[in-house]
Design a protein around this ligand. Structure first.
Ligand SMILES: [Zn+2]
Ligand SMILES: [Zn+2]
Length: 285
C-alpha cells in the first residue's frame, strides 16, 4: 500500500479544468509507480469562496510592495468554486476511483474563524496546513526571493516556526505540509533545532501528522523536512504521510522510495493517510 497524500490538479500559472479526465491522468501515473491512492489537495487560494472571504488579508503587512504582490498572486490563482471542486472529486470517488478529497489550507494568522467556516460545508478526507507567508512575504515563491536579502535568516526561521506552531495548535489541519519549506532557496541558519522543536511541539498538541514531501528533492535536493525533524517527530510519536506535492501528473509518487527510506532511517515503520479526517496507517515497504 502506498498513498500520495498531496496532489494538485492545477500547476501554478495554469488553469486546466479540474475534471474526471484530469484526475484520471494522475491516476495513470500513480498506477505506474505503485501508488494505490491519491489525495487531491488543491490550494485554498484557487477558490472564489476563499478569495472573497479572505480578500485583503495581505494589507495587514506594512510593506505595500509585498502586499500588492500577494494581492495579484491570489487574484491570478482563482480558478473556480470550491463547491464545483468538491463535486468533481466526490463524483470520482463515487465512481470507484482511488482518490480522496483534500485541501491545502494556508495558515493566515487571525483568520481561523474564516478558515473554519470555509471548511465546514464539505466532507474533507484531509486538510493539509501550510505556511507560505510571513506577513505578505511569500517565503517559498521565486517572485519574492529578493526579500531574503532584506531579512535575517534566523529571525525568518523563528517567525516561520511560530506560524507553524500556531497553525498546528488550531487543530484545523490534519497534516503539517512541507514542514521546513523555509529552507527552499538555501537560506539556512546554523541551528535548525528551534524550528524543528516548534513544529513538533505544535503538532504534538493536536496529533497532527508530519508530511514527508518529495517536492523538496525537486526544489532544493532535500526532502521537506530535514531528517532531524523526522527523528524528532518519531520521538514524539507523531504520524507521517508521504507526499509528492505534484502539480502535474508526472510528479505523482515521485521519489517515494527515497521518502520511505528517509522515514525508515528515522525509525518509522508505517505511514498514514486520512479518510473522512480519520487516520489510517499502512506499513512502509
Ligand atoms: Zn504548499
Ligand atoms: Zn502543495
Amino acid at each position: 500500500m502506498l498513498v500520495d497524500c498531496h496532489v494538485h490538479l492545477q500547476p501554478h500559472g495554469e488553469k486546466p479544468p479540474m475534471t474526471r479526465e484530469r484526475i484520471a491522468e494522475y491516476l495513470r501515473v500513480a498506477q505506474e509507480r505503485g501508488v494505490d491512492a491519491i489525495c487531491i489537495t488543491e490550494h485554498l487560494f484557487r477558490f472564489e469562496e476563499a478569495y472573497r472571504a479572505l480578500y485583503g488579508w495581505w494589507d495587514a503587512d506594512q510593506d505595500q510592495r509585498l502586499a500588492g504582490m500577494v494581492a495579484r498572486y491570489w487574484k491570478d490563482h482563482v480558478s473556480g468554486s470550491v463547491a464545483d471542486y468538491v463535486r468533481v472529486v466526490e463524483a470520482a470517488k463515487s465512481a470507484g476511483l482511488p482518490v480522496y478529497l483534500g485541501l491545502e489550507m494556508d495558515w493566515l494568522p487571525g483568520k481561523s474563524d474564516i478558515l473554519r467556516e470555509f471548511l465546514a460545508p464539505y466532507d474533507w478526507d484531509v486538510v493539509l496546513g501550510s505556511v507560505h507567508y510571513i506577513g505578505a512575504w511569500g517565503i517559498d515563491d521565486d517572485e519574492f526571493l529578493f526579500e531574503w536579502e532584506n531579512r535575517d535568516v534566523a529571525q525568518a526561521w523563528d517567525k516561520y516556526g511560530a506560524l507553524m506552531r500556531e497553525l498546528a495548535e488550531t487543530g484545523l489541519a490534519d497534516v503539517l505540509t512541507h514542514p521546513d519549506v523555509v529552507k527552499k532557496f538555501g537560506h539556512r541558519p546554523t541551528d535548525e533545532t528551534p524550528l524543528h522543536a516548534a513544529i513538533v511541539e505544535g503538532a504534538a498538541s493536536t496529533g497532527a501528522a508530519i508530511e514527508l514531501n518529495t517536492n523538496g528533492l525537486r526544489r532544493c535536493k532535500e526532502i521537506f523536512p530535514a531528517r532531524p525533524l523526522v527523528e524528532r517527530a518519531k520521538a514524539a510519536g507523531l504520524p507521517i504521510t508521504l507526499a509528492s506535492d505534484a502539480h502535474y501528473p508526472k510528479h505523482v509518487g515521485h521519489a517515494f522510495d527515497e521518502a520511505a527510506a528517509w522515514a525508515r532511517r528515522a525509525g518509522y515503520e508505517e505511514a498514514s493517510y486520512y479518510v473522512g479526517r480519520k487516520r489510517e496507517s499502512y506499513p512502509l515497504k
